[in-house]
Design a protein around this ligand. Structure first.
Ligand code: IDP
Ligand code: MG
Length: 140
């Protein structure tokens, strides 16, 4: 296993319920370290750009509206196999399919309002991290 970095977002449904810390605890308990973090309120343009890969999907407009309705917490997580490990801690996209103990099983409201984002590949992790953070903001 190699040390990787991945992009994680705590989504508006979760920040609104004040459970940011509970979610971060799950990452830390799994051996992932927060090496960069900020709380921001995305504009429509920022959300559209981040989710550009999904622009042909039927839920794109709703997803952009959801991601801009309240602040989000964006973090870079670092650790051994961080990309897959983060996805494991997050659980399946649809909370009905998410394994017990995962973030989405415990906290997600539904398939859209599912509390967290995580990069799905090394390539996308690099793209998403560069989109959200300057190199100098990643401090270890
Ligand atoms: P992921 O977040 O597990 O990687 P993706 O398929 O990349 O899932 O979808 C991105 C986000 O779009 C999901 O996390 C969720 O918020 C939303 N989403 C995905 N599928 C649906 C759907 O069928 N209906 C509504 N929203 C969806
Ligand atoms: Mg995805």
């Amino acid at each position: 296993m190699t040390i990787e970095r991945t992009l994680s977002i705590i989504k508006p449904d979760a920040t609104a319920r004040n459970i940011t810390g509970k979610i971060i605890s799950k990452f830390e308990d799994a051996g992932l370290r927060v090496v960069a973090q900020k709380r921001v309120h995305w504009s429509q343009a920022q959300a559209e750009k981040f989710y550009e890969v999904h622009k042909e999907r039927p839920f794109y407009g709703d997803l952009v509206a959801f991601m801009t309705e309240a602040p989000i917490s964006i973090q870079v997580l670092e650790g051994e196999g961080a990309i897959a490990k983060n996805r494991e801690v997050m659980g399946a996209t649809n909370p009905e399919d998410a394994a017990p103990g995962t973030v989405r099983a415990e906290f997600a409201e539904n398939i859209e309002r599912n509390s967290v984002h995580g990069s799905d590949s090394a390539e996308n992790a690099a793209i998403e991290i560069a989109l959200c953070f300057d190199e100098a903001e990643i401090v270890g």
